[in-house]
Design a protein around this ligand. Structure first.
Ligand SMILES: [Zn+2]
Length: 258
């Protein structure tokens, strides 16, 4: 059955050189994160109908964090559709103090110019929440969240959204704890292929949607509509709807009347 709304992948890694036709053939709305300013710059001129390109500084890549330029990032932010991937990684990358300095600078810029922001938090859930308390973000999406129960409650209180992938369905930690209105779907392509063999490209979120359908007692269309309604709320909060590519804005319209 073809649903009136495409699947939503709120966090995937896609090469900025990928042909537009390949993205179109995914038939999915994809938020493509980048690890660095230079990669974002390669994607910045693209006009893909259903793919939004994020401006990122990946916390696990030491060279990116250590060479972070606030002025260059700030300039890029003006035209950025959304921000990602940013955050903290206590297991890899630059010294955590340096990562925090960069993450705080990014969040501070976003306090003035809100965007959807896809946040990495490996081994640093509490520290990410500390930062979000200090610099509140209307568009915060915790991606692949593995925080404890109390940290999850704290994240909910701050207003965060969560993008869940197949790993969460294989080893559920938060799916039952997060209200349906705070959930988005993602693949984190290519990193979750080991949890979902079907996820051989971005946008394949069927396994997550199935798990959500069971948790929420909704059919496929009910889940899809819920996810798009959540995206609409988040975009509105972060005043970012107009920044979205045309195909995503069309989807938001469909979601608003369905
Ligand atoms: Zn990622």
């Amino acid at each position: 059955m073809t649903l009136p709304l495409p699947p939503l992948d709120a966090h995937a890694h896609v090469s900025p050189d990928v042909p537009a036709a390949d993205l179109t053939s995914l038939r999915a709305a994809v938020f493509a994160v980048t690890p660095s300013l230079s990669e974002w710059q390669r994607a910045a001129g693209r006009t893909d109908e259903l793919t939004a390109w994020g401006l990122g500084c990946h916390p696990a890549i030491a060279s990116e964090v250590e060479s972070f330029s606030p002025s260059a990032f700030s300039e890029a932010l003006d035209s950025a559709t959304f921000v990602g991937e940013v955050g903290l990684d206590a297991r890899r990358g630059a010294a955590i103090a340096t990562q925090k300095e960069v993450f705080h600078q990014v969040l501070e810029m976003l306090s003035e110019r809100p965007r959807l922001v896809s946040i990495h938090s490996v081994g640093a859930s509490g520290q990410v929440l500390d930062a979000l308390e200090r610099y509140p973000q209307p568009g915060a999406i915790l991606h692949w969240w593995r925080g404890s129960t109390s940290e999850t409650d704290r994240a909910l209180e701050i207003g965060c959204f969560f993008s869940l992938n197949a790993a969460e369905t294989r080893r559920p930690k938060v799916i039952a704890r997060i209200p349906a209105e705070r959930v988005l779907t993602e693949t984190d392509f290519p990193h979750t292929q080991k949890h979902d063999r079907a996820a051989t490209c971005p946008g394949v979120v069927e396994m997550v949607e199935d798990a959500l359908g069971q948790a929420w007692a909704l059919d496929e269309w009910g889940v899809r509509r819920r996810i798009w309604a959540n995206l609409a709320t988040l975009l509105e909060r972060a005043q970012s709807t107009a920044r979205m590519p045309l195909g995503i804005r069309k989807g938001l319209l469909v979601a608003s009347v369905s």
